[in-house]
Design a protein around this ligand. Sequence first.
Ligand SMILES: *Cc1c(COP(=O)(O)O)cnc(C)c1O
Length: 425
Amino acid sequence: MTLTRNALAQRDSTDSLATLREQFDLPAGIIYLDGNSLGVLPRATAERVQAVVTQEWGTDLIRSWNTAGWIDLPLRVGDKIGRLVGAAPGSLVVADSTSINLFKVLAAAVRMQAQDKPGRRVILSESDNFPTDLYMAQGLADLLQQGHELRLVPAEQLHAAIDESVAVVMATQVNYRSGFMHDMAATTARAHAMGALTIWDLAHSAGAVPVNLDAACADFAVGCGYKYLNGGPGAPAFVYVAPRHQERFWQPLAGWMGHAKPFAFTTDYQPAPGIGRYLCGTPPVLSMAALECGVDTLLAAEPLGGMAAIRAKSIALVDTFIELVESRCACFGLALATPREAARRGSQASFAHEHGWPIMQALIERGVIGDFRAGADGAPGLLRFGFTPLYVRHVDVWDAVEVLRDVLASGVWREARFQQKAKVT
Ligand SMILES: *Cc1c(COP(=O)(O)O)cnc(C)c1O
């Protein structure tokens, strides 16, 4: 049966998650398919941040660290994110950026393995991993000067490449370009069988797909606040450490907020018990207030089936998008770069095209906002479309594909204004 717009409108009318869209301030006339890069603004955020600024900061001033609970924000919001990624309270904390958190947990994992598996020097990761992950590992290895080797294989080969030379597996669960998704439980189990520890980057998983860190026996994880968690531009990130590892070592960014008694102002560092030692400096209160509003938009789905319901809708949206692009935009040179099998992908669909950049600029001008990612090693760039079931409707998929078809069929993307490069893609 061929899909029609009416059939998709019908799906929207029976969608049990449809009301969640009302939580957002979506500008009129756009279809937003970039929630994997910057989530949209929740309605609650402006008012909440305003209250933190005018009341908690403006009026209550320094007292708010205690009276408004600012000091507890990292753990409190961390526990909320924990509900979305299967982490028990006290095992996840909000702090810093994903890059910095990765440094902390990689340093901890390497240090643990130096004791448990002396002689192992391999950090195994993906050649197509998000660059910051690789850069942070390179930076740490250079700092340590202990001969660590960053061994890189394509994401699809990572699982099989885990052997007994590997100290730490550092993987991004959902690949930012292709959307390829690892089986976290299976790969963690293999790593453990080989004596390796795992670090999972959940930048494109948290709030996008069901994640169960505790059940998967994951060791460490990090993730982003500004993507599917809707925390706003530059929102703080999070870090998870399995309780069994939390107190084995300090992480090296031993700032005062990770101290057992920051306000004792002692000369010597004494790490806080539990996950608190993964904090470094003073939390960015305004950004954390905004992040909490974003996380709440996902927790609002809990009575409606939670991440499982979000995932079911996400799969339907992406399946429909792929089917419509392939049927209605055939012969325009688009090649699917995302696994067709839903279990092997996150909440996005990417298509390679030789002229991906100007095509995406033309789409954006027409109100369909996705983004462009340069291809790996000279491969064609990707048109990347993220699907956020909280606010993307089934008819949006239809309408976006119609615009894409029009942009491709008309050749409008060849116009000069779409060729201009920008700093951020
Ligand atoms: C987006 C993303 C990051 C971003 O890290 P920042 O420190 O927030 O800039 C890191 N890792 C992956 C896999 C990402 O997709």
